[in-house]
Design a protein around this ligand. Sequence first.
Ligand code: DQA
Length: 143
Amino acid sequence: MAKPVYILNGPNLNLLGTREPEIYGSDTLGDIEARLGARSGETGIVFRQSNHEGELVDWVQEASVDAAALILNAGAYTHTSVALHDALRACNAPIIEVHLSNPAAREAFREQNFVAPLAKGTIAGFGAHGYELALEAALKLIK
Ligand code: DQA
């Protein structure tokens, strides 16, 4: 059976819809999951969110074996997590980084990025639509 695309979301992304909507928009993570599920065709998706670094590391390790591709919005761990960086280094699935906002256009502390060097590419600044762009890129990559 074909492997699914894993979509992993990091800390505070469970708050989408109410968290700083002027930056992150009004869609909830559930809205995003529903749209991606509808667009993934027979590939299918595994869609998860965690506020815990170690759980995200576990899921990246799982994706390395079970995913055709990995779409990752690591939230603030993007800018801090060597553990996630190391898990991504060891990941056999192609990685697409996604952010709702454009971290490069925000505070200086968001300039550090432990995910981008391991990603095929990054989609940032297009709000929730960025996830659809990332899925399109992932499906093309694995075709
Ligand atoms: C984010 C950007 C990060 O800098 C921030 O810490 C987040 C969300 C985004 O999707 O725009 O939590 O990953």
